[in-house]
Design a protein around this ligand. Structure first.
Ligand code: DLL
Length: 440
C-alpha cells in the first residue's frame, strides 16, 4: 500500500511515539491521507470492495475530506464471511505472514491476515497500550490471553516483547498452574479477561494464598465487556490497578484502544491507525462526538486486510481526548447490539445486571442469565453466587433486593436464584453470560 510507513522507529520503548503526541489537527491531516490511500488500496485490490462501491456509485476519488467517508457503504461480519477464506486480502497470499480467525459461534469463522508491516504496527500499538497502562520495559508480564487463532494471546505477546518487557506466554486455562507460576515468578503485570482474573482469585484462595499478597501491580483487561463496578471489585480483590484494553480481530486485535494508568478514564483510540465513527444502529446516521450508538471503524494503515466502515455492534460513545488530546476516547462498552436481551419488550444488557449486583455486598460478580419461554411469555432467571463469607440467608435476602432493583432500574421482572459459592462455570477467556433456552 502506498501510504508512507508509519514511524515504528521506537528507539526508546518507555517514551510515547511521536504520533501519540500529535494535536487533533495533525491527526486529522494524517487520517485524511491514510484514509484516501486505504480506500484506493481496497478498491484496486479487493473485488468485494470494488463490487460494493460500484453498486453504491462511489469511487476513491469521492473521498476529498474526512466527512466524505459517510458517502461510503458499511461493511460487517457478513462481508468478511462471504470473502471466506482469503478473498478479502488486498495483497498476494504470500505476503500474508500470519492468519488469525475469530471463533464465531456458528458457521464459518472470520479470517484475518497480516503482512510484516501489519504485524509491526500491531506490536507497536499493543506496546503503546501497555506502556500507557503503566507497564515498563523490563517488567515481568504474565500473559493469560488465549494463544492460537484468537488474536488475544499472540497479539499481546508481540506487544510485550516490543515494549522490551519479559513475557510469560501462559495462555488461558490451567488455573492452578497459573497460580503457582504467578506465586513463583512474581510478575508485576497480568493480561487476561476481567472474568478470568476473578477465576484466578478463586484459584489463589484454593491454594491457600491471599490474592492481595501477590506481586501483581497492574492488570490490563479486555476482550469482553466489564463495568466500573467490576473494576473496583478486581482492584480490591488483588490490590492492583486495572486498566482497559480494547480491540477486535477484524480491525486488528487487541490494541485498538487502551487506557491511561494515571487517569483510568476510558480507553484512548489510536487515531493515527483507526478512524472511529458512532452511528445510530437503526438509521445508520453518523452521530456527533458524545452521543451513544454503534462503533464503526476504518483502518488507516492495514495492508493485508483493509477494513472500511466496519460495524462492530459494540455500543458506546466517543469522548474528547484527555491524556493524548489528539486521540479521542471511547466510553465503556455498555453491550453489543447482538447481546441485547429483549425481555417482554424491555431491552437490557448483562452489564446492567453486573452493575446492580456488585452494588449488593453479599453477592459475588459470578452470574449467568437464563432465558426461557415456559408458556408464551419470555422469562429471565439470574443465577448468581453469594460471596463465600456470607450466610445462605443473607445471600437470599440480597437476591430478593437484586430482583427488586432490576425491576425498578431496568423495568423487567425476573427470578433470582442465589447459588453456592463456586458453583457456576468460570471462563478461561471470554465468559458466556447469556444462556438462551427459548425455542427458536
Ligand atoms: O477480543 C481482541 C482482544 C483481545 C481485545 C484481548 C482485548 C484484549 P475478538 O475476539 O474479535 O477480539 O472480539 C472482539 O470483544 O467487538 C467487543 O465486543 C469485545 N471486546 C474486546 N475488548 C473489549 C473491552 C478480541 N475492552 C469483541 N471492553 C469486541 C468491552 C470488549 N468489550
Amino acid at each position: 500500500m502506498s501510504t508512507e510507513p508509519p514511524a515504528a522507529s521506537q528507539t526508546d520503548p518507555s517514551r510515547p511515539d511521536p504520533e501519540e503526541l500529535m494535536s487533533r489537527a495533525e491527526i486529522e491531516e494524517l487520517q485524511l491521507g491514510r484514509l484516501q490511500a486505504t480506500v484506493r488500496h481496497a478498491y484496486e485490490n479487493v473485488e468485494a470492495y470494488r463490487e460494493l462501491y460500484d453498486a453504491h456509485h462511489v469511487t476513491p476519488e469521492d473521498l476529498q475530506s474526512l466527512e466524505d467517508l459517510a458517502k461510503f457503504p458499511f461493511t460487517d461480519k457478513g462481508f468478511l464471511r462471504r470473502a471466506y477464506p482469503f478473498k478479502a486480502f488486498a495483497v498476494p497470499r504470500k505476503q500474508v505472514r500470519r492468519i488469525h480467525a475469530s471463533s464465531g459461534t456458528t458457521g464459518r469463522p472470520t479470517v484475518v491476515g497480516y503482512t510484516d508491516q501489519d504485524l509491526e504496527n500491531w506490536a507497536t500499538l499493543v506496546a503503546r497500550c501497555l506502556r500507557f497502562s503503566g507497564i515498563r520495559p523490563g517488567d515481568l508480564v504474565h500473559n493469560a490471553y488465549g494463544y492460537g487463532l484468537f488474536t488475544g494471546g499472540l497479539g499481546a505477546h508481540a506487544g510485550i516483547e516490543k515494549l522490551q518487557a519479559t513475557v510469560i506466554p501462559m495462555s488461558g486455562g490451567q488455573t492452578s498452574k497459573q497460580v503457582q507460576l504467578i506465586d513463583d515468578f512474581r510478575p508485576r503485570a497480568i493480561l487476561c479477561t476481567p472474568t478470568y482474573l476473578l477465576a484466578l482469585a478463586d484459584g489463589f484462595r484454593e491454594a491457600g494464598l491471599d490474592p492481595r499478597e501477590t506481586s501483581l501491580e497492574v492488570a490490563v483487561l479486555g476482550a469482553e465487556p466489564w463495568t466500573d463496578e467490576m473494576r473496583r471489585e478486581i482492584e480490591k480483590t488483588f490490590a492492583l490497578k486495572a486498566c482497559d484494553i480494547y480491540g477486535l480481530s477484524e480491525v486488528m486485535g487487541p490494541g485498538v484502544a487502551g487506557e491511561s494508568f494515571e487517569r483510568q478514564d476510558a480507553s484512548t483510540i489510536w487515531e493515527d491507525h483507526f478512524r472511529p465513527e458512532i452511528i445510530d444502529p437503526f438509521t445508520e446516521e453518523v452521530l456527533p462526538t458524545g452521543q451513544h450508538g454503534e462503533l464503526v471503524f476504518t483502518t488507516l494503515t492495514k495492508q493485508a486486510l483493509p477494513i472500511i466502515r466496519y460495524r462492530t455492534h459494540d455500543l458506546t460513545q466517543l469522548l474528547p481526548g484527555t491524556d493524548r488530546p489528539g486521540h479521542r476516547r471511547m466510553g465503556r462498552i455498555t453491550g453489543r447490539s447482538d447481546d441485547m436481551i429483549i425481555l417482554r419488550g424491555v431491552n437490557l444488557f448483562p452489564s446492567q445486571i453486573e452493575e446492580i449486583a456488585l452494588g449488593l455486598e453479599p453477592l459475588s460478580p459470578h452470574f449467568q442469565l437464563r432465558l426461557t419461554r415456559p408458556d408464551r411469555m419470555d422469562e429471565m432467571t439470574v443465577h448468581i453466587e453469594r460471596r463465600a463469607e456470607v450466610s445462605a440467608d443473607d445471600g437470599e435476602s440480597a437476591g430478593r433486593s437484586l430482583a427488586e432493583q432490576i425491576k425498578v432500574r431496568i423495568g423487567s421482572s425476573c427470578r433470582v436464584v442465589v447459588e453456592e459459592p463456586g458453583s457456576l462455570a468460570r471462563s478461561s477467556g471470554k465468559l458466556r453470560r447469556i444462556y438462551d433456552e427459548r425455542p427458536r
